[in-house]
Design a binder for this molecule. Structure first.
Ligand code: PMP
Ligand code: GLU
Length: 395
């Protein structure tokens, strides 16, 4: 009998990927599934980026890459940080990885000692908690609610900090709530952190460009924060490049060096063709991707309007990313199609099994009253999905 490690036994399967797999299975069985579970743009990678990749193949970019990324890509990232975020990183402070997910893992492994606490404002992106646990850290969840637009306040942060606090991890725009921290809100958090210089911030900005409201602000650009912040970003979302697997960080030199050392033993440098293509993506004018952002904005309004029309869904207005995160706790205790709903997981499964609409339970994001619905799907699919949900829950 094979005995797996305790570490792996304790690890949860990624809820987003698990739900997507379940939806695919039902689809293969012939059901008309509408997949609103996975956070994945439904656009093709823009032509100019694909062309750069084809050229890279033809130019024989086929060998191992430098562990921390091609120097030309690091310069493109350096310029991107300056252009979009007003951040001056040296190229030694930049590490390219196989997706932002690996960037996050690297940072956790580089910084966490057993028992170190990592503050996670809820709702948080699904993998944060397990990446922290896998590295023997203790996640400390800070609950937020719809009426605070799911954003952690300075007061909540102060109360959550203990002598064991090592890091704070958050995303803005946030997956799953779509909330975007304003400059003032980040400044208020930074003011608290000024009293705790040992605490590192991991600012996940992968949805930076998918932002419909406030100007995006990087935590590292707030006075006093750059030397203690890891800025995580990548091309999966804004450039519709999820499968290309390129993410990156800008970080204090010691952290960047540690991440490179780790990566050198685990995966080596990221994929050669993808890195060449990302140079072109990052050098392009951001307006090249406006057509996708505009479409996401239209869909956000569409889904918010349709949700308003379904009894029992209570939703904030997300300013970014491509998710809505409605509170559906009004259904708890009710029975629909002979199924009693006790929690968000039951509700999400009900939607899948009875309406053939795939969503993700909020429990995976640290909020058991909500479900996450991705609107990275066509307007027709969104309309059909919301109609099915309405028919089901109002039946
Ligand atoms: N952070 C957040 C908030 C995400 O939603 C995702 C989704 N994939 C990631 C990181 C990881 O992105 P990547 O595809 O670059 O690994
Ligand atoms: N980030 C996406 C999501 O939240 C992709 C899935 C994943 O990487 O877990 O759905």
């Amino acid at each position: 009998m094979i005995k797996l490690s305790d570490k792996i036994e304790k690890l949860e399967t990624s809820a987003t990927l698990a739900m997507a797999a379940k939806a695919r299975e039902l689809k293969a069985e012939g059901h008309q599934i509408i997949g609103l579970s996975l956070g994945e743009p439904d656009f093709n990678t823009p032509e100019f980026i694909k062309k750069a990749a084809i050229e890279a193949i033809e130019d024989n970019y086929n060998t191992y890459t430098p562990v921390d990324g091609y120097p030309e890509l690091k310069v493109a990232i350096q310029q991107k940080f300056k252009r979009d975020n007003n951040l001056d990183y040296s190229t030694q402070q930049i590490v390219v990885s196989t997706g932002a997910k690996q960037s996050l893992y690297n940072v956790a492994a580089a910084l966490i000692n057993p028992g170190d606490e990592v503050i996670l404002p809820c709702p948080y992106w699904v993998s944060y908690k397990d990446i922290v646990k896998l590295n023997e850290g203790s996640p400390v969840e800070v609950k937020t609610s719809i009426d605070q637009d799911f954003k952690m306040t300075a007061d909540q942060l102060r109360k959550a900090i203990t002598p064991k606090t090592k890091m704070i991890w958050y995303s803005s725009p946030c997956n799953p709530s779509g909330s975007v921290y304003t400059k003032e809100e980040l400044e208020a958090l930074a003011e608290v952190l000024a009293d705790y210089p040992q605490v590192v911030v991991v600012s996940d900005e992968i949805y930076e460009h998918i932002n419909f409201g406030h100007q995006h602000v990087s935590m590292a650009s707030i006075t006093g924060m750059k030397d203690r912040t890891v800025t995580v970003n990548g091309v999966s979302k804004a450039f519709a490049m999820t499968g290309w697997r390129i993410g990156y960080i800008g970080a204090p030199k010691a952290i960047a060096k540690a991440c490179t050392k780790l990566q050198g033993q685990v995966t080596s440098g990221a994929n050669c063709i993808a890195q060449r293509a990302v140079i072109t993506a990052l050098q392009a004018d951001v307006s090249e991707i406006d057509y996708m952002i505009d479409e996401f904005k239209t869909r956000r309004q569409l889904i918010l309007n349709l949700l308003k029309d379904i009894k029992g869904f209570d939703c904030n207005k997300p300013e970014g990313a491509f998710y809505v995160f409605p509170d559906i706790s009004s259904f708890f205790g009710k029975t629909i199609k002979d199924k009693t709903i006790q929690n968000a997981t039951d509700f999400s499964l009900l939607l899948l099994e009875e309406a053939y609409v795939a969503t993700v339970t909020g429990e995976a994001f640290g909020n058991p009253n909500c479900i996450r619905i991705s609107y990275a799907a066509s307007q027709e699919e969104i309309k059909e999905a919301m109609q099915r949900i309405k028919n089901l829950v109002e039946s």
